[in-house]
Design a protein around this ligand. Structure first.
Ligand code: TYD
Length: 439
């Protein structure tokens, strides 16, 4: 383990986020607009990190004036589109969260102007981790890293400046950190060439954010991951929304586990095959409900809890609320009976957020009829699904802190942005109340 730092200053591109896709596309746009040929990937790589105008001059043979115009054109595409063609490196949120909890001041010093830096950090859920963010003015085309680090530190209390570490992925970050009087860490997961990084003499280096976590935090556990379940009547477009949301979480630097109920592990998949037969096997309602609970008990212990402990985000396609609605309301066993039989199954296993996709039952029926042979539950008829739909909406009203009813009508993208907003507002509210935690 390395010394306890009072403040850690991070570079942004190539250190916190992998922003290549949007940067390359915006460079190509600017070069094309000004009639310059686009260089190959090897040269484009060199644009990552140093001030953009300097790269236009060095690698495309532009004059200072042409480089200023090309930078402006770059921003024309980068600000509305390119900046979100971007992803947080896996493990970064866990690292920042634990450091912040330990009282370490966190800061960003980046060559990107604030009009891009802030929306990126906000969009990917990182903004609130940082006590100070230093960016150059829009007109400053040759920002100096040591000066940026100095600016980041000047906004912090005296005690934060006692022992500072700069983490960056190109030699300019390391040299800038040294000139600003900081220890430095080479983020070898970023854009810099490993040899060049190491010969810039960083205090230490890390292969990936998990290695940096171990260096800075020893054997501390990562924070427990978020647990999110998706619910809704058959035909509401749940699978598509789950796929889109999972991709979002991965872009935010979370490792994800996607699982489903009934099922998710061999024993529970075995129970699933009994529950979802195509023919009527004469199963009584109580057996059905108890088997769903049994499958859940195994799934939670074998799959869900271990993944949450590792800090992964767990996304489950259906969970306890399906039992409350389908067996409790639909089969008429009553929600209290379902809660009671699920209590021993659930232990510490309630989701942090449950998205309930709601859809006009007639529209859901239209979407369902396109599918192949229905299983036992799907054969239950329209009245059953109407009851289920109303019960899902009622659950959302009764427990709005955990459950979000999200209108599943409209385009995939419209629904996805409603889903995202519903989940992140609840996760943030849970955090401020002090949610479940790994100790
Ligand atoms: P599945 O084929 O996974 O599809 P989908 O979730 O897309 O509808 O079907 C699971 C079925 O099991 C679904 O009809 C809902 C039902 N179910 C219950 O009745 N109770 C439960 O507790 C769970 C988890 C599912």
């Amino acid at each position: 383990m390395v010394p306890a730092y009072t403040c850690i200053v991070f570079d942004l591109d190539g250190t916190l986020t992998d922003s290549r896709e949007g940067i390359y596309a915006s460079i190509r746009y600017a070069l094309d607009k000004h009639g310059f040929p686009c260089p190959g990937e090897d040269t484009l790589r060199r644009f990552l990190g140093p001030p953009l105008a300097e790269s236009f001059i060095s690698w495309c043979g532009m004059t200072e004036e042409q480089a200023a115009m090309a930078t402006e054109s770059y921003r024309e595409r980068y600000i509305p589109r390119g900046m979100l063609e971007n992803a947080v490196y896996p493990g970064i949120p866990a690292l920042l969260k634990r450091l912040k909890e330990d009282g370490v001041f966190l800061a960003v010093a980046t060559g990107k102007p604030l009009n891009a830096t802030r929306p990126i950090l906000e969009h990917f859920g990182l903004w609130d981790f940082f006590s100070s963010v230093a960016c150059p003015a829009l007109s400053d085309l040759h920002a100096d890293k040591a000066a940026l680090i100095g600016n980041a530190l000047s906004g912090l209390p005296e005690k934060a400046r006692e022992r500072v570490l700069m983490v960056g992925d190109i030699p300019g970050d390391i040299l800038g950190g040294q000139r600003a009087g900081c220890d430095t860490c080479a983020a070898l997961w970023g854009y810099g060439d490993d040899g060049a990084m190491l010969s810039s003499s960083p205090t230490f280096s890390a292969e990936d954010p998990d290695a940096l976590f171990r260096l800075l935090l020893g054997d501390r556990k990562p924070p427990r991951g978020p647990f999110i379940s998706f619910e809704g009547v058959d035909g509401c477009g749940k699978s598509t929304q789950i796929r889109l949301f999972r991709a979002e979480m991965e872009k935010m630097g979370y490792r994800t586990l996607l699982t489903r109920e009934p099922g998710g592990c061999p024993i529970s998949e075995g129970i699933r095959s009994m529950l979802l037969t195509k023919e009527d096997n004469g199963m009584c309602d109580e057996t059905e409900a108890l088997l769903f609970a049994a499958a859940r008990a195994q799934h939670l212990r074998e799959v869900i809890l271990p993944a949450l402990e590792k800090g992964w985000a767990v996304i489950s396609d259906r969970y306890i609320d399906s039992s409350l609605v389908y067996q409790g309301a639909g089969r008429g066993l009553g929600m209290e009976w379902i809660r009671a039989v699920n209590r021993p199954a659930l232990r510490d296993g309630m989701p942090d957020v449950t998205v309930i996709l709601t859809l006009d039952p007639a529209e859901a029926l239209r979407r369902r009829t396109k599918q192949d042979i229905p299983d036992r539950i799907e054969k239950s008829g329209c009245a059953f699904f109407d009851v289920a739909d109303r019960a899902f909406r009622r659950l959302a009203e009764e427990d709005p802190l955990r459950c979000a009813a999200v209108d599943a009508g409209g385009t995939e993208t419209e629904v996805a942005s409603r889903v995202r907003a519903a989940i992140f507002s609840r996760l943030a509210a849970g955090k401020s109340k002090g949610g479940k935690e790994n100790r």
